[in-house]
Design a binder for this molecule. Structure first.
Ligand code: NI
Length: 162
């Protein structure tokens, strides 16, 4: 396992559409494990492969509670319900936060690392994370969806003092 380099604000790869994964080989498994490790290193709750420079439809999520770790291949939202306004950030936009409207509940279909079809029902933070990461696979980033006037830059040094 290895930490991968993150891609940041201004990198044009973040606006590209990722490709379907047709074969879950050792390279994909290694990528998924590296993404999980990279996300943990930077205290993220989600990461899409494009954020480590790989245009493949793979996301990882960890809400840091039992049973909330997911590795999802070719995830698709098949159902959305309700709305929530989320305080949101992104590992590719360090120190930037804003309010984003997300579905309150989603149902996602995907494959797991064994190629088995899985269906996940997520609400609240899980719905937000699934929606945010699947947006990345379609070349969309949260700053495009931020409610006008709510995007803030927060200096991490200021945060520690609070
Ligand atoms: Ni993100």
């Amino acid at each position: 396992m290895a930490i991968r380099n993150l891609r940041y604000d201004g990198d044009e790869i973040l606006s590209k559409v990722s490709r379907e994964i047709t074969e879950i080989d050792d390279k994909i498994k290694e990528l998924a494990n590296d993404m999980m490790e990279t996300m943990h290193k930077y205290d993220g709750v989600g990461l899409a492969a494009v954020q480590v420079g790989v245009l493949k439809r793979l996301i990882v999520i960890d809400l840091y509670e039992e049973g909330t770790q997911y590795i999802l291949i070719n995830p698709v939202i098949i159902k959305e319900k309700g709305e929530q306004i989320c305080d949101e950030g992104c590992l590719s936009y360090p120190n930037q936060f804003g309010k984003v409207k997300r579905p309150k509940e989603v149902v996602v279909e995907a494959l797991d690392l064994n190629g088995k079809k899985v269906k996940i029902k997520g609400k609240d933070l899980l719905a937000q994370a699934l929606s945010h990461e699947i947006d990345h696979l379609n070349g969309k980033v949260f700053v495009e969806k931020v409610e006008p006037g709510t995007l803030e830059t927060i200096n991490p040094n200021d945060r520690k003092e609070n």
